[in-house]
Design a protein around this ligand. Sequence first.
Ligand SMILES: Nc1ncnc2c1ncn2[C@@H]1O[C@H](COP(=O)(O)OP(=O)(O)OP(=O)(O)O)[C@@H](O)[C@H]1O
Length: 238
Amino acid sequence: MLEIKNLTLRYGHHLALEDVSLTVAQGETVVLLGANGAGKSSLLKSVGRLVQPAGGDILLGDASLLPLPAHEIVNRGIAIVPENRGIFRAMTVEENLRLGANPARARTNEALMRGEIFALFPRLAERRQQLVRTMSGGEQQMVAIARALMSRPDYLLLDEPSLGLAPIVTQELFAALDRIRQTGLAMLIVEQNVKATLTLANRGYVLEAGRIIGSGTSEQLATDPLVQKAFLGSAETV
Ligand SMILES: Nc1ncnc2c1ncn2[C@@H]1O[C@H](COP(=O)(O)OP(=O)(O)OP(=O)(O)O)[C@@H](O)[C@H]1O
């Protein structure tokens, strides 16, 4: 289990996260909802060891991740797809995947992983020699996710994967995420596309101004008046 425990994060005097606790069990899909600036990316960056929390802990099983350097996180089985996608646009799809297989835990099964990933993203299989910068936004997001999967993670953390994508492309992306979910990989998804993510996820949390203000199953969140008002743009049941 991945556990965020009473996490507090400050940027100078700004309190970005305050006493945040959440869990993601193996095989579970969890969504983190929150308006712009709520602290969602900061939470993922804390797990990725890109920022240093002021208090609390991040545990994988019984072990704290806080003493570890950023590059060690992926070796522990946590892959993060950042909002800016973290891919190499001047390289081909194939080259990006090869770089994703760099962590020690991924090297032995590189060819096998590539086969599995192309089965999850058939569109990438057709385009394996294409330069990423010539691809559409949706395809680039798929490359970013595929690259993260090459490290054979147990937990995949996604920061707004559908940001900037057309609705039809978003649909295709969520179909791919659903196929990934069915492989048993655990996911923590930060998303603005609340409706689609709640359909995919088992559970979720609501973050507001750095604090968790609500949590529940996807069904509970979808019918929660607070969630409807803030994220679904209506007072009706989804
Ligand atoms: N490096 C930084 N230095 C100072 N303040 C920061 C820094 N990074 C983020 N913040 C602030 O911390 C708060 C949380 O930011 P964060 O990016 O985590 O929010 P978010 O929920 O991911 O928002 P968005 O959906 O817009 O990406 C914001 O008020 C932001 O301005």
